[in-house]
Design a protein around this ligand. Structure first.
Ligand SMILES: Nc1nc2c(c(=O)[nH]1)N[C@H]1C(S)=C(S)[C@@H](COP(=O)(O)O)O[C@H]1N2
Ligand SMILES: [Mo]
Length: 555
């Protein structure tokens, strides 16, 4: 058989064997909590590829999602990642199929005949071994490593056996035929022509079978995932009912300035809070078994249960605006919620730090980590270990059971799914800092025009006014002034609504005397220290986006 034909059959067989393998792995993950290799491989690559490749990929992805207006940046990005992961795995499987077909062609047929499926099984396991090890290393699965490992060895072995079966069937051919293209010139009824037909029929049969298996397997898996989500949703509803949150309870309920109609909600609904993780899937931690361990330079290593943190420390409520350093100017990777937690100052006092301690390293269950200077913690009582958002336990995707809050810093400095705190006598670069992002990651001062509400004009003193509004945020520094410029006019001051807290965004509003035509509206903010936001257009990497936000409107 020609090399090209061999490769073609190898590729086809790779697809036909790898698609059902993916479905099977997915089904086993959803029903038994066994490893899903495609996502593990993707997460592992994201973790181990050089930082600048990752940064470029993220920036490109965020950019494309925004340009094409594909919806919420965070969930769309996750979907894109999932598709990339599946495509990559399929690509690997296809490569494996092609390699196996070349091997099978090179092997003397005597060996093939003698060994049953052993060549294929060995090939499958050897080819899959790096992936099996990566999956086991992820360590996020319920069954033990032994069970997970055995399961993966069996499935990859079966995949290889499937390839061998196909190779034997497809490569069986009369010795005389050298060129598959010659086949068309053969008279009907010749053995070669019959074989072409039977190969095609064979591929169609196998294709039909694996497609059916794949669709049914993936369908059942998806249904199980859906049931899980339903159950979790009910759990959230129950928690929420118990928390009895009233919108009117917000601390600025009687603020004077009303948001311009169409401004984003001042308090982000929990389900709309943006989400950014290094992994394709959130860690799912069992809160009863979970412990926070303090070790390193402490008098004695200590452990806290969730109940310890909730009951032994006065709960602190704080309204928090979190933002991702990857958020472009006017992007949607920023949200505001009420967080509840325990003061880290108090917890550290109980942990009994040694004199030489200068930093703590906070590690998350997903392999994420960051270092915080003790000086910073000593200087800011607002830094807390948070366990509630919106009055209910953190959702899995937002870091259940514990995450840290550090005012004034981008999200990349604030680990979720905290499992361990190590006290150290030196600084260390955190997960994203190692990959080139800003070491301090202090939130930049930003301001955004959410709306030019030309359909909600108001009449005042015989004038028609168009409410314009949006948000401004400067970490924990507060906002002292927001100004608007229309076209090339002068900067005029907007009204500021009293914020939810010193660290949240501030809603601003400007009622603009309507003037027909096409206009450019530009906004800028000054922080609480009197420093105006930077006008320099700067991308998100490495220190967060800056620059004024403008909108064009024809009225
Ligand atoms: N353990 C862990 N913590 C993490 C991350 C992560 O990937 N893993 N991402 C960080 C980043 S970059 C941001 S912007 C915030 C986002 O928090 P959210 O997803 O709850 O909005 O979490 C931070 N903490
Ligand atoms: Mo982030």
């Amino acid at each position: 058989m020609k090399t090209r034909t061999t490769l073609l059959f190898g590729i086809i067989s790779g697809v036909l064997m790898t698609a059902p393998l993916m479905a099977l792995l997915y089904l086993a993950e959803q029903s038994q909590g066994l490893p899903f290799v495609p996502f593990d491989l993707f997460d592992w690559l994201a973790r181990n590829l050089p930082g600048d490749i990752i940064v470029n990929t993220i920036e490109t992805m965020v950019d494309i999602i925004r340009r094409l207006d594909l919806g919420a940046t965070d969930s769309t990005a996750k979907t894109v990642e999932h598709i990339q992961a599946l495509a990559m795995f399929l690509g690997g499987g296809v490569t494996g199929g092609a390699i196996f077909f070349l091997i099978a062609r090179a092997l003397p047929s005597a060996i093939k005949g003698l060994t049953g499926s052993i060549v294929g099984i060995v090939f499958g396991v050897v080819f899959g071994l790096p992936l099996i090890l990566i999956s086991l290393d992820a360590g996020i699965y319920d069954p033990s490593e032994a069970v997970s490992g055995l399961w993966l060895v069996v499935t990859f072995g079966a995949w290889g056996a499937g390839l061998q079966w196909m190779a034997e069937r497809l490569q069986r051919e009369p010795a005389a035929v050298q060129d598959a293209n010659a086949v068309v010139t053969q008279p009907a009824g010749s053995s070669v022509f019959a074989q072409q037909i039977s190969r095609r029929a064979f591929l169609i049969r196998v294709g039909g079978a694996t497609a059916t298996f794949t669709v049914i397997g993936a369908g059942i898996g998806r249904y199980l995932a859906y049931l899980d989500e339903q159950e979790y949703q009910e759990f959230i509803e129950k928690n929420r009912a118990a928390a009895e949150l009233m919108p009117g309870d917000l601390p600025n309920a009687d603020a004077m300035v009303e948001p311009a109609p169409g401004t984003r909600p001042e308090y982000t609904p929990l389900e709309d809070h943006y989400r950014i993780d290094i992994n394709t899937r959130p860690a799912e931690i069992n809160g009863d078994e979970w412990r926070l361990t303090f070790d390193g330079l402490v008098d004695e290593p200590v452990e806290f249960s969730l109940a310890d943190l909730q009951n032994n420390y006065e709960p602190i409520d704080q309204y928090v605006t979190l933002a991702c350093i990857s958020n472009p100017v006017a992007g949607d990777l920023t949200s505001t919620l009420r967080w509840t937690g325990a003061s880290l100052q108090e917890i550290l006092a109980d942990a009994g730090l040694k004199a030489e301690a200068t930093h703590i390293k906070i590690s998350g269950a997903d392999g994420f980590f960051e270092t915080v200077a003790l000086d910073l913690i000593e200087s800011d009582p607002r830094i807390m270990l948070a366990y509630n958002w919106d009055g209910i336990p953190l959702l899995h995707k937002h870091g259940f059971p514990l995450r840290i809050y550090i005012p004034d810093r981008y999200g990349m400095k604030q680990p979720k799914w905290i499992t361990g705190i190590e006290v150290m006598d030196h600084d260390e670069e955190g997960y994203w800092v190692k990959r080139g992002w800003d070491k301090d990651a202090i939130m930049n001062t930003v301001s955004v025009i959410d709306v030019v509400a030309s359909d909600m004009t108001i009449e005042r003193d015989g004038q028609t006014l168009v409410p314009i509004g949006g948000i401004a945020h400067a970490g924990a520094r507060g906002i002292s002034k927001v100004e608007i410029k229309i076209d090339d006019g002068d900067w005029v001051e907007a009204q500021l609504r009293e914020p939810l807290s010193d660290t949240t965004w501030v809603i601003w509003r400007y009622d603009w005397p309507f003037a027909e035509g096409t206009h450019t509206f530009t906004v800028r903010a000054t922080d609480g220290n009197g420093t105006m936001q930077s006008s320099r257009k700067q991308g998100t990497y490495p220190s967060g986006a800056t620059g004024y936000h403008s909108r064009n409107r024809t009225l």
